[in-house]
Write a protein that binds this ligand. Structure first.
Ligand code: HPA
Length: 270
């Protein structure tokens, strides 16, 4: 794995000498964030050695390198999900690559289902913690100390400093935000009513099929991490909404300008 990562990093460094400081993973319907970048170089996933190729509708597959002001960013336009058939090591491979391209901060976005009755479709949630209920762990197996320690401290998976900064920004911009706990399941089915109830009972505010593995691997390597989620449907019994992938994309698209602005300002002013 170490050699594969370093080989991929060398390949990319031969293509561009751009050294990013921020990595951004763009979730469902949030891909237009790259419009905020002064793009310097785009690398389609299918040209990058060892990279998986995205299969989900609405996810483009490319690494996009560019600047926001004087900050240097690499964005993953499209991510890999466990439900697509990849192993958790494959899902998180790009995070390892971004680390060795130079990032020190990782920003992750996603769409999720809300179970906190204070949320509604379109709510923006700053992820303050997560519950990992995925069936495979990205760090399972022999640990390579060059990446990070065997036992990873997860007492602050989501940077309190970055969350505080975004709260300030949201106040300034008059964007309504919540914070909450994200529970990660494998998908690809959306939750049954009983499963949404379980999510709530377990103490989470929203549920989705991504983010947790990437954040675990980011923390393994000591990256400072920030997560943001758009509620695209409600699983709360009183306010349950029907859900299809198109509806998820539609709701995510509506919140997109605000999420984009929050991430942009975070990168500019952090
Ligand atoms: N459950 C899981 N993943 C999701 C949901 C959901 O309700 N909405 C968007 N992604």
């Amino acid at each position: 794995m170490w050699d594969q990562v370093q080989k991929t990093v060398s390949y990319i460094k031969n293509k561009t000498n751009f050294i990013p400081e921020y990595g951004v993973i763009l979730g469902s319907g949030l891909g237009s964030f790259t419009d905020d970048l002064q793009i310097e170089y785009t690398l389609p996933y299918d040209t990058i050695p060892n990279f998986p190729v995205s299969t989900v509708q609405g996810h483009k597959g490319a690494l996009v390198f560019g600047t926001i002001g004087d900050k240097r960013v690499v964005a993953m336009q499209g991510r890999f999900h466990f439900y697509e058939g990849y192993s958790m090591k494959e899902v998180t491979f790009p995070v390892r690559v971004m680390k060795y391209l130079g990032i020190t901060q990782l920003i992750v976005s996603n769409a999720s289902g809300g179970v906190n009755p204070e949320y509604k479709v379109g709510s923006i949630v700053l992820i303050k913690d997560h519950i990992n209920m995925a069936p495979e762990h990205p760090l399972r197996g022999k640990n390579d100390e060059r990446f990070g320690p065997r036992f990873v401290n997860m007492s602050e998976p989501y940077s309190k400093k970055m969350i505080a900064k975004v709260k300030e920004i949201a106040l300034d911009l008059n964007i309504e935000i919540h914070d909450g706990i994200y529970l990660g399941l494998q998908g690809p089915t959306f939750e049954t009513l009983a499963e949404y109830r379980m999510v709530k009972i377990l103490g989470a505010d929203c549920v989705g099929m991504s983010t947790v593995p990437e954040v675990i691997v980011a923390r393994h390597m000591g990256l400072e991490t920030f997560g943001i989620s758009v509620i695209t449907d409600m699983g709360d019994e009183e306010s349950i909404t029907t859900i299809s992938h198109d509806e998820v994309l539609e709701a995510a698209n509506k919140a997109e300008p605000d999420v984009r602005q929050l991430i942009r300002e975070l990168i500019l002013h952090y």
